[in-house]
Design a protein around this ligand. Sequence first.
Ligand SMILES: Cc1cc2nc3c(=O)[nH]c(=O)nc-3n(C[C@H](O)[C@H](O)[C@H](O)COP(=O)(O)OP(=O)(O)OC[C@H]3O[C@@H](n4cnc5c(N)ncnc54)[C@H](O)[C@@H]3O)c2cc1C
Length: 435
Amino acid sequence: MTQPLHRVVIVGGGAGGLELAANLGRQYGPRHVFLVDKDDTHIWKPSLHEVAAGTLDIHREGLSYFMLAKDCGFSFVHGALQSLDRAGKHITIGPVHADTGDEVLPERVLAYDTLVMAVGSKSNFFGTPGAAQYATALDSTEQAERFRLKLLHALSMANRNKAMGEGRPINIAIVGGGATGVELAAELLEAYASFTYYGLDQLDPGHDCHIALLEGADRILSNLPPKMSTAARSLLEERGVTVYTSVRVAAVEEKHLIDSEGGRYPADLCVWAAGIQAPLFLTGLGLETNRIQQLVVDAQLRTQDADIFAIGDCAQAPWLGQEGYLPARAQVAHQQASFMLKLIKSRIAGQPEPDTVFKFKDYGSLVSVGHSRGVGSLMGVLSGKSWFVEGLLARFMYMSLHLLHHKAVLGPVRTASLALGRLLMKRGAPRVKLH
Ligand SMILES: Cc1cc2nc3c(=O)[nH]c(=O)nc-3n(C[C@H](O)[C@H](O)[C@H](O)COP(=O)(O)OP(=O)(O)OC[C@H]3O[C@@H](n4cnc5c(N)ncnc54)[C@H](O)[C@@H]3O)c2cc1C
């Protein structure tokens, strides 16, 4: 008698989910492995600050899930997860509509034997008045593109006004001095230099555009070693960014931020990068969630339902060997995808699951502080020591994270051709997106 087909459904094709789907797909094929995503194109989320600054063109960066499905051997199901029926072991995927409102795909039901939730996270405004209305979050390509256009228009207007002798500086405020806020500030400096190079020549760097980074803790990059905070801060300040620490933003207005002491900070454009929460719909699935809506999982990444797992930013997983929970980082999502691969293989084979638990190996953190600079702290996993790296080396290592993700999905040969192709295309394109 043939074994019934074990169906693995992965919801969310980001840093963790796509790697898992690609690796499983290559081994078991599209009748076993299903990837569901609300979008039809995969993006590497850590690139979104570059999209927002215009230094990366998202139309060249995205990878079609339909192409990836064909190449990696999984089935792609386009649409957002709408509901979960644990008793019936199926999920419902909502219809997909075109911009015109026409229904492109209807509501569908997908049965699973193993379900892996990998739907990521989005910004947490912590209920700050005005934040959702006036600040831009960098959770999606649409938001990053919207910010880029706002920036381009604001700079064009400032350039025109200055030419007419009516100049006033543009103030950009970034709330949150974690890796995303720091990298965005650095990327905006690069973009600004390129905009002036391409014709906004009335603008004087350092005078006509001010970037402020506001952090609630007493140092930026507060989750990383103090040496990295000091190095990143001095690199940003050297290049004209104003860094405020121990400042809690209490309200966002159309042109200002207000802190908890009543201090006001000018903000023509405001980006919110101050914390994350998992998507709200997770709280309606009948599974345990925490106060930031993440699914609570055990050391095997399993929810309270034996057939449902969660990985990446949408999961609250214990950090074995440390206090607390694993951080929301691409490195965690990547390692969890590898862990799940082994566990799911036994489930597909109908064998007892290994009783191993997920142990995160922290290889350190790298933060890009410009196209030729980075700072980082690399962990010697065996020795437990950490090394501080800086400059071009740190920047190259930072870029290799993206390549490693592509390699896990596309394999080494296609990753190399893609990287080469993008490098060559850069030669024929402006340094910053101008339209
Ligand atoms: C600007 C920025 C810079 C960052 N820089 C770094 C960095 O340098 N290093 C680092 O380690 N981390 C960085 N991060 C964090 C990193 O991006 C995340 O930790 C990582 O992407 C999490 O992976 P994931 O698979 O959990 O989720 P994601 O990569 O966010 O993927 C989630 C997927 O789920 C899909 N989805 C969501 N809801 C649904 C639904 N209802 N139905 C179907 N699909 C759905 C989404 O479309 C998406 O494809 C950065 C994040 C941002 C925003």
